[in-house]
Design a protein around this ligand. Structure first.
Ligand code: CU
Length: 349
């Protein structure tokens, strides 16, 4: 049974608001509590009950590709967050900042797809462990399959924030159920977000099934944050109304996205590292075991476990340790030869 939205709205005036953090900035305890609540909502049927709202809306094509896409999905997230907080008042939906994964040589090798996060997958892309394992959805099983589409990256966000034109006129008290005083048609962002849906694959790549997937919440939370940044920069007079008649600052707020600099290379999480190879330092998700770490140095600590050896995150055993020593020696010899030039004859045997 879903809670009455107006009643809850009254409660949030008394209770503190939900603070939405990046998924990897949650403490281990906070993340486990979130996973536990997700599972409870799946087991007691409430996850499906809410998910079906999106399924129906997608079937009738009522909100996608339309200005109210943003308000509607914000309302949907709030509705879900209420159910999470009924189980555990300290919870909030964590957002999944996909730029942290996109910053990796191979984003699908992010620790997002491990037991402690959204779950590891088998060769078919089906999630076999972690909180998403055995997640029987209304459509198919939860899976991570496709890698042909891309995640939302930092350039997309920069490009969006350069846009000055809000290309739909403001509407007031229109015939729709959800009133909005300043509809924004952010086609570009909606398009980019669709591409990331396809990156995940499985239910997420099907508009009418996407909400079946637990990562839908975290991903849409991130999209909502980007919209909020856009709204605050471009149109601060825009008051948002969704399924619950409360403005953003009364029910939830967002913690800043992880960032680092050359001077302060700290991304505030043991699950992130600061990549200092480009013109700007940037936070990135750590890489799972056996994942691709091409171009990253061990000094950056890009691997969740082990070390980046031969462009792969490997656990250090006797064999890899001696391999690493051989590489170090070879590297040293090559540098020495380059520095000394012809004045030195190196025995390379
Ligand atoms: Cu949607």
């Amino acid at each position: 049974m879903l809670i009455n939205a107006k009643l809850w709205s009254a409660y949030v005036h008394i209770l503190r608001k939900a603070i939405r953090k990046e998924y990897r900035l949650l403490t281990d305890e906070e993340r486990h509590r979130y996973h536990k609540a997700l599972r409870t909502l799946m087991d007691n049927g409430i996850f499906d009950e809410i998910s079906v709202i999106h399924v129906h809306v997608a079937q009738d094509d009522l909100v996608h590709g339309k200005p109210k896409f943003w308000m509607w999905h914000r309302g949907y997230l709030k509705r879900f967050e209420i159910e999470l907080r009924k189980l555990d008042i300290d919870l909030a939906i964590p957002y999944w900042d996909t730029t942290l994964d996109d910053n990796l040589p191979f984003p699908a090798d992010s620790l997002m797809w491990t037991n402690d996060f959204m779950g590891a997958v088998d060769e078919n892309g089906t999630v076999i462990s972690g909180p998403g394992a055995n997640w029987l959805t209304l459509n198919v099983t939860f899976s991570l399959i496709t890698l042909i589409k891309k995640l939302l990256n930092e350039n997309d966000i920069k490009m969006l924030l350069k846009m000055t034109q809000v290309n739909v006129p403001r509407m007031k008290h229109d015939r729709f159920k959800y009133k909005f005083s300043c509809a924004q048609q952010l086609n570009f962002l909606e398009l980019m977000h669709a591409s990331a849906h396809h990156f995940i694959g499985g239910d997420m790549s099907d508009l009418q099934a996407a909400s079946n997937d637990p990562i839908f919440l975290q991903f849409h939370c991130f999209i909502d944050l980007i919209w909020e940044i856009f709204r605050q920069q471009k149109d601060t007079d825009c008051h948002i109304r969704g399924l619950i008649d409360n403005d953003i600052d009364e029910t939830f707020s967002y913690e800043s996205r992880p960032s680092c600099t050359y001077e302060n290379p700290d991304c505030s999480s043991k699950y992130l590292f600061c990549d200092q190879h480009g013109s700007e330092a940037k936070c990135a998700s750590k890489i799972r075991l056996n994942g691709n770490c091409t171009g990253l140095n061990n000094e950056d600590v890009p691997c969740l476990e082990g070390k980046c050896i031969h462009d792969k995150c490997l656990l250090l055993n006797n064999q890899t340790s001696s391999l690493l020593e051989d590489f170090k020696l070879l590297d040293f010899a090559i540098h020495l030869k380059r520095d000394m030039g012809d004045s030195m004859v190196l025995d390379e045997k």
